[in-house]
Ligand binder design. Structure first.
Ligand SMILES: Cc1cc2nc3c(=O)[nH]c(=O)nc-3n(C[C@H](O)[C@H](O)[C@H](O)COP(=O)(O)OP(=O)(O)OC[C@H]3O[C@@H](n4cnc5c(N)ncnc54)[C@H](O)[C@@H]3O)c2cc1C
Length: 551
């Protein structure tokens, strides 16, 4: 989320061509030049679509959304190959980002989770880790201001017309003719279609009353975050000495979790030759349990550390080097994300929580399904809402899936046993869809047949791809309902944990060698040897629709 753009004071626009002149009319106006807008504009312009890319601010500018996950990187590769924009490929690996896009970025070798109970010493057994298999892929802590600037300039290079320091204050659409956008400087832009990638303050959502009030999200949280220097790697903190996780905490994204919230530590300084001393730090709290008070964010952070002295160990010499951002409730949603001549991208459509780093994944999912529709519409003139209906179904599904996972996790934070069980469900929702997308990607590289990706859209469980979607969705629904029973006081958390683990254990679509249902298997690492056994399982034991993923 871009949070601190102010842009220059509005001034009168230079004399421009009349509003209806051909040079002032675009196929697609993209509002917001962040990850969504920049990437989409680059893809569209690459395919000859006449694109206008507008942003209220100028690059570089601060943004969060820094931690990538395997699904994000695979989706980046998909977009790069499917739409023939090879300049996007470096974004899919740490080495690529560091060498070609944003050298101040950090590496991400693991997702680490350390569980804390207020007033109790941290139990070294209560840790979890999902290791990124570096023999297969690498993930990144993106230094967003450079990544976003790269995408912006890529769009311009491919022919998008860009207007920065141009805040759009008014939008109107006509189903027959298209959209008119007006800026705070009195300019007017005409386009056949408008894509709103402006994030949570989406002018389109405002103009058309698209926000659900209240949001349907079950999950509740707010956040305070900044960039710091002087953060001690948690591996060097006294309370981490008893930990036996496979990958160092500081080599990845560290989550300190506790009843009512979690704290992220995303280092950029964690590799040989790192240029950046920075570390992204953010505290996310259930705002019903921890309402926002009068204290400023630094005071609130300090008060939090005083309650969790073992988390504080890594912040003894830390200080913020940019102003804190302190949000209200993070969750928002839209009753529809597509309409006559417009579409919202993921972060304009809705948001749940930074937990599990789904934001960029959802952003790219939408770029992927939107781009080919816009390219075709710019050629055949069919901008009908029906053509874009899938985009709305997908966005709503992505929102609900993430809500279920994060809601269940926050209920799990009450008790390590329950959290340890819910985490396995997150692993299932993460690993299986990634394998599905990887499989489609490999298949596309062989055939170059776009139907590979169009078939992926034919899922009965929007937000979870076929063929694993139905299985994962059933497991997730069971988990969420079990957690709802805990929250309602109808079920003890220990019993809930046992039921969820039993369900994971019995799930025939999860590779048996992964042992995701084993309570004591708290750290997961897809070593070549484990993947070999999973392949064997896929060939011999897996249900047919799952076995195909291992072929
Ligand atoms: C606290 C927090 C932590 C997060 N952490 C992660 C994470 O670790 N991993 C992850 O994958 N995702 C994360 N996300 C989600 C991630 O930030 C978003 O998915 C991503 O930044 C969305 O990119 P975007 O391009 O859609 O929006 P943005 O990056 O917000 O860009 C929107 C652009 O629109 C412009 N704009 C806004 N209004 C107007 C207007 N009226 N006129 C013209 N321009 C306008 C802005 O200037 C801005 O440049 C996090 C989100 C939050 C809130």
């Amino acid at each position: 989320m871009n949070t601190n753009l102010t842009g220059p004071a509005p001034e009168k626009a230079p004399e421009s061509a009349p509003a209806t002149s051909p040079e002032n009319r675009y196929d697609v106006a993209v509002l917001g030049a962040g990850m969504a807008g920049g990437m989409l504009a680059a893809v569209l312009a690459r395919h000859g679509v006449k694109v206008l890319l507008l942003d209220a601010g100028t690059h570089p500018r601060f943004a969060v959304g820094e931690s990538t996950i395997p699904y994000t990187s695979t989706m980046t590769r998909v977009i790069a190959e499917r739409y023939d924009v090879p300049e996007l490929l470096p974004l899919a690996s740490f080495a690529g980002v560091r060498e070609h896009v944003a050298p101040m970025s950090g590496r991400k070798q693991n997702f680490g989770f350390v569980y804390h109970r207020e007033g109790h010493p941290q139990d070294p057994e209560q840790i979890n880790q999902l290791v990124v298999p570096e023999w297969q892929r690498t993930e990144t802590h993106l230094f967003r201001q450079d990544v976003d600037a790269y995408l912006f300039h890529l769009a311009v290079r491919h022919g998008a017309e860009a207007r920065t320091a141009t805040r759009i204050t008014e939008i109107s659409v006509d189903a027959a003719t298209g959209a008119v956008l007006r800026s705070d400087r009195g300019e007017e832009f005409h386009a056949s279609y408008v894509v709103d990638g402006s994030g949570f303050r989406s002018p389109l959502a405002d103009a058309f009353g698209l926000r659900e009030q209240p949001t349907r999200a079950r999950h509740h949280s707010r956040s305070l975050f900044t960039h710091m220097v002087g953060v001690t790697p948690y591996d060097d903190a006294p309370s981490a000495r008893g930990h036996k996780q496979p990958s160092p905490w500081h080599a990845g994204t560290l989550h300190h979790v506790f009843d009512g919230g979690w704290l992220w530590v995303i280092p950029f300084d964690n590799h040989d030759g790192a240029l950046s001393p920075l570390c992204s730090v953010g505290l996310t709290l259930d705002e019903r349990v921890f309402p926002k008070g009068e204290a400023d964010a630094q005071q609130e952070f300090d008060a939090f550390l005083a309650r969790f002295p073992q988390i504080a160990e890594q912040f003894q010499d830390a200080r913020a080097v940019r102003p804190w951002v302190s949000t209200g409730r993070l969750q928002y949603s839209a009753n529809r994300t597509v309409g006559d001549r417009f579409c919202l991208t993921a972060h304009a459509a809705g948001f749940i929580d930074a937990l599990y780093s789904r934001g960029l994944t959802n952003t790219m999912e939408i770029v992927n399904v939107l781009a080919w529709r816009l390219i075709e519409a710019s050629r055949d003139g069919d901008w009908s809402t029906e053509r874009f209906a899938h985009v709305d179904r997908l966005q709503q599904g992505l929102f609900d899936v993430h809500d279920d996972v994060v809601y269940s996790s926050f209920v799990g934070f009450r008790d390590y046993e329950l959290w340890n069980a819910v985490l396995r469900v997150w692993e299932a929702t993460s690993i299986m869809p990634t394998m599905t997308l990887e499989r489609a990607y490999r298949s596309f590289l062989q055939s170059r047949d776009d139907r590979v990706f169009r078939e992926l859209e034919a899922s009965d469980t929007p937000g979870l791809p076929a063929p694993v979607g139905a299985d994962v969705s059933a497991l997730l629904t069971f988990t969420r309902e079990t957690c709802q029973a805990v929250e309602a006081g109808e079920l003890a958390s220990g019993e809930a944990a046992a039921r969820i683990l039993a369900r994971v254990e019995a799930a025939d679509f999860l590779p048996r060698p992964f042992a995701l249902g084993d309570r004591d298997n708290r750290c997961f690492e897809a070593t070549p040897e484990l993947m070999q056994r999973a392949m064997e399982w896929g060939r011999t034991e897996a249900p047919a629709h799952i076995g195909a993923l291992f072929g």
